[in-house]
Structures are given as C-alpha cells and as structure tokens.
Design a protein. Sequence first.
Length: 249
Amino acid sequence: MEFAGQTAIVTGVARGFGRAIVRRLARGGARVVAGDTNLPGAEETAALVKKDGGEATPCHVDISSAKSVQSMVDLALSTYGNRVDILVNNAGIQILESIEETSEEHWDRVIGVNMKGPFLTCRAVIPIMKKQGRGHIVNIASVGARNGGTFAGVHYIASKGGVLAMTKKLGKELGQYGIVVNGVNPGPSLTDMMADWPRAIVDGVVKNTPLGRMAEPEDIADAVAFLASDAARFVHGETIEVNGGLVCD
Ligand SMILES: NC(=O)c1ccc[n+]([C@@H]2O[C@H](COP(=O)([O-])OP(=O)(O)OC[C@H]3O[C@@H](n4cnc5c(N)ncnc54)[C@H](O)[C@@H]3O)[C@@H](O)[C@H]2O)c1
C-alpha cells in the first residue's frame, strides 16, 4: 500500500489510461478524486474502484477552465483531509487532420485541453503541495512529442511537446519545495482515443515495436504509480518512455 493515507487527483478518468491509473493508485491505498467531462464514465470508474476495495470520488471537470479545475481541487480538499499528495494530468483530446485542414478553433481547443489544462491543474495544487512540503505531479505526454507522431494532428503533437517542456520547467522551479515532477510518454495504445486510426497504421506501429504489441492502459498506470511513489524520489523533471521500444535512444 505505497499510497496509504494519500490523496490523489487524476484527470481524464472515464476510460482508457485514466481509468487504469485511478484503479492502480487506489489499489496502492490512495483516495482518488477522479475528474472528467464525462461524469457517468467517471462514476463507472469509481464504482470499479469500490469493487476493487478502494476509494474514489468521481467529479465533473473541464480542465480547460480554471473555475472548473478549482472546484475539483476544492472537492479533493474537503473530501480527503485537506491535502493533495499526487496530481496526474492525464486528460487529453486528439483530432486527426493535416495542417491545412486545421482551423484556429481546433488549434485552440486541443491546446486548451492538452496544454493549458495541465497548467491550470498544476497552478491550483502547487500552493497546497508547497504548504505540505511534498507532492508528486505526473504529466501524460506522448511519444509523438519526440518523434513527430504517426497520425495525430499538429495541434496534438505541439501540445504534448508543451507538456514535456512544462515538466522540465516545473521540475526546476518546484524541486526546492519537495514537489517531484515527472512525466510519462506513452506509445500508441488502442484506447477509444485511437478508434479512428486506420488498421494499416496500427499494424505498422505493432510491426515497428520491438516488444511486438501496442501499449495497454495498465502499462501506463504502472509507470505513473512508480513516478507517484517514493520509489521515484530522486527521478525529477524527467519523462519516461513506455512504448515497447518503438522509439528509443
Ligand atoms: N491512447 C494512446 O495511444 C495515447 C498515446 C500517447 C499519449 N496518450 C495520452 O494519454 C492520455 C489518455 O489517453 P487515452 O488514450 O486514455 O484517451 P481517451 O480518449 O480514451 O480518454 C481521455 C479522457 O479524457 C477526458 N477528457 C477529454 N477532455 C477533457 C477535459 N477538457 N477535461 C476533463 N477530461 C477530459 C475524456 O472524456 C476521456 O475520458 C491523453 O492525454 C492522451 O493524449 C494516449
């Protein structure tokens, strides 16, 4: 129970990686506030946690809105003992289109969720973590930020590059307060986000992955749990690759 007595906030929890991350942290003893725009999905995740014997509180959040993020953080404080030990920035959206097809509206929407969202959640929890003198932040970026991606649009790849840079910057700024900041770069995984990826692209990814498969949500959740735990106490400002060797250097 490496997270016993700890409070975690995870975003994008209604399905995919977020659901697996909530279940993994709760199995480790964390009490999790689980936020998503899809409240019924977040409630389903919390019900699964309960079945696992853990504790999670679902909530509606739109991470691109400062007001909505603040309500989620207030809920965590009032529900679980006035502390936030772990923040996992997982929520994200993807639009598949070429740069010529990309409207300003799509650019603003993807950057607003994928890059501004983690900024808003970090800004809201950092004062709490500073007061505690400890905290772990884990940002979910993407292997696409390193290799330009396979099929996702330019807004998505740019937003994930921003998350990588933000992880380094926050590492530099927050280490002195005992706040450990890291990230995970997942390789492609057949979650709902990837439902529109053409079969040939998916087959190509598997063929080029030395471990011979796509990522599973639990692969990502285990990496997040490591970075959120004391086992990673001297890993800082780093983003670890979880892609089966698809991109390694
Ligand atoms: N699946 C992949 O191959 C892959 C690869 C690399 C990185 N990622 C990243 O991992 C994260 C999770 O991906 P996934 O595959 O589980 O995606 P998913 O689409 O299955 O789940 C994303 C969740 O985020 C929620 N969400 C979307 N916008 C939100 C907002 N504004 N506020 C709160 N919640 C919101 C959705 O409702 C959904 O439940 C994303 O950041 C994604 O970019 C995914």
